[in-house]
Design a protein around this ligand. Structure first.
Ligand code: NOJ
Length: 542
């Protein structure tokens, strides 16, 4: 198997990991300092959200120079050191790559907007309106705003599928594609192991600029943004040419003798996800599967997900399991901040067949903050500052992403060790950090952090969990709170039991070879019975 098929991924939001230069913003030397922490936990791969040069209006998802490091994060030498220090530890490093759009302060866009006959004009998507104040068509952006932006100087409109200061590049212009491919080679040559590709499904739009059809759906869900805000976005998301591009980027990576890797941020139903992966698995290597972002804490939900993934994405497909990221409410807030429930979610994530992707702080249970939209630094929060929180909650749209981006909690000192006590962090540390922090949880053998560690250890030391098969067991279907699945290979067989209920349970089982791991209170009685307390789980070698 290739390394990325069996890997475990830890996502770092660099602004919020560790500040070493006293400006209240995390930086690359901070990540280097904490590599041993990630290594000791047992993760193999780190994926880091963007740190290229940027005005930072969308916190570096608006890039103004793809080959420079923004000084708030460090220097190019720091980035190179980060790559080599990661490799020294036998770990992998994945950069974030924003192909779809640049910042409106990128030199290319400045040129492009300067006149209709500028050589860079055709690097972005420009079009004449349908009349005074009338956009070229009905396309709305992924965030539900008009996608076209009027430019007075040249009396034309440019398209931006995310925020208006993030103009979309025009991939129908071969020069653009070549330039962006050269940028990827630049980083791959420096040793980067791959890319997480930002909104990769937005890159190509309809050549004829036809209107998107009407839809009854208003709310975008993380797994289906292609039908939201009353539009079926058939002409602006998941365009068939995006599937072709996936293969081209795959071939670009194949130029390298080491195995490089692509992880796509794409949304749509499973048949669309499979198109991004390619019929011959010659597209993106993995895609995010976002079902766990809106999980229900029940055996039935997780069982259905496993059954569905095993049927739709059997090997050689590799599912991915993700509870959160820098755009989503933290999962612990969906389970009443209950660490016992959190441990079971982790038990599932690391023992299911697939690649687990963990967002920094999930391993200690950092809570979502509660910053109102009006006080948000996130541009999406600012644009929606007038919408009261109860309406936001009613529609389930997460508008203030500051809430999931608060500083990592390293210890119980003021600012949780993220920055010096006398420095003001860019976002305040969330409540509860005196106990919810790395130092404290490392010292508590029953902590959430130590559960993550034990699970990573189980996965890293048992190839069966990395590459074995999975079968959901129906033998216990009378126990509706219990999820049971088998992980097996020629060499070994394990059973994973997860009690999602608050009630105690007792069941009979086959003969056990040994207990591989327990979460919460479970007792094996006489090698043939299991007693579960509320919210507990066990992995048995059979
Ligand atoms: C998706 C990223 O995850 C999000 O954080 C960003 O704002 C947009 N793409 C635009 O790049």
């Amino acid at each position: 198997m290739k390394w990325w098929q069996t890997t475990t991924i830890y996502q770092i939001y660099p602004r919020s990991f560790l500040d070493t230069n006293g400006d209240g913003i995390g930086d690359l030397p901070g990540i280097i300092e904490k590599l041993d922490y990630i290594k000791d936990l047992g993760f193999e791969t780190i994926w880091i959200s963007p740190f290229y040069k940027s005005p930072g209006k969308d916190f570096h998802y608006d890039i103004s120079d793809y080959t420079q490091i923004d000084p708030i994060f460090g220097t190019l030498a720091d980035a190179e050191r980060l790559i080599s220090e990661t490799h020294k530890r036998n770990m992998r490093i994945v950069f974030d790559m924003v192909l779809n759009h640049t910042s409106d302060e990128h030199a290319w866009f400045k040129e492009s907007r300067s006149s209709k006959d500028n050589p860079k004009r055709n690097w972005y998507i420009w079009k004449k309106g349908k009349g005074k104040d009338k956009a070229p068509n009905n396309w709305i952006s992924m965030v539900g705003k008009p996608g076209w932006n009027y430019d007075v100087k040249t009396d034309e409109w440019y398209f931006a599928n995310f925020l208006s200061f993030q103009p979309d590049l025009n991939y129908r212009n071969p020069e653009v594609k070549e330039t962006m491919f050269a940028i990827m080679r630049y980083w791959l040559d420096k040793g980067v192991d791959g890319f997480r590709l930002d909104i990769f499904n937005s890159i190509f739009k309809d050549k004829e600029f036809r209107d998107n059809p009407f839809s009854f759906h208003f709310t975008p869900t993380p797994s289906a943004q292609d039908e939201a805000f009353f539009q079926r976005k058939i002409h602006t998301l998941n365009h068939p040419d995006c599937f072709g591009l996936a293969k081209e980027v795959h071939s670009l990576l194949d130029e390298y003798k080491e195995d490089k890797f692509l992880l796509g941020e794409v949304t749509g139903n499973d048949s669309i996800l499979k198109k991004f992966l390619g019929e011959k698995l010659d597209g993106l290597h993995l895609v995010f599967q976002f079902e766990l972002i809106h999980f229900q804490f029940s055996a039935r939900f997780f069982k259905n997900l496993l059954i569905k993934n095993e049927a739709t994405f059997p090997y050689p497909y590799i599912p991915t399991y993700v509870y959160g990221n820098h755009d989503q409410m933290r999962y612990i807030d969906k389970i009443e901040h209950n660490p016992e429930k959190a441990k079971l979610l982790a038990l599932f994530q690391f023992t299911a067949r697939g690649v687990p992707i963990v967002y920094y702080g999930e391993e200690i249970g950092i809570k979502d903050a509660n910053i109102p939209n009006a006080e948000g630094k996130d541009p999406i929060a600012q644009q929606n500052a007038f919408i009261p929180n109860f309406i936001v909650n009613a529609f389930g749209i997460y508008l203030n992403r500051d809430n999931c981006r608060t500083p990592m909690q390293w210890n119980s000192t003021p600012n949780a060790g993220f920055c010096k006590p006398n420095v003001e962090p860019w976002l305040a540390v969330t409540e509860g950090y005196s106990r919810i922090n790395v130092e404290y949880e490392l010292s508590d053998k029953n902590s959430l952090l130590n559960t993550y560690k034990a699970l990573l250890n189980l996965k890293n030391n048992n190839p069966t969990f990395q590459s074995g098969n999975l079968a959901v067991l129906e033998d216990y279907k009378d126990y509706s709170d219990l999820l049971v699945y088998r992980r097996y290979s020629q060499a070994k067989s394990f059973l994973v039991f997860i009690n999602f209920g608050y009630k105690d349970l007792e069941i009979k089982i086959e003969t056990v070879k040994q207990i591989a791991l327990t979460v919460g209170k479970v007792k094996l009685i006489g090698n043939s019975k299991l007693q579960f307390a509320a919210y507990s789980g066990i992995v048995l070698e059979m």
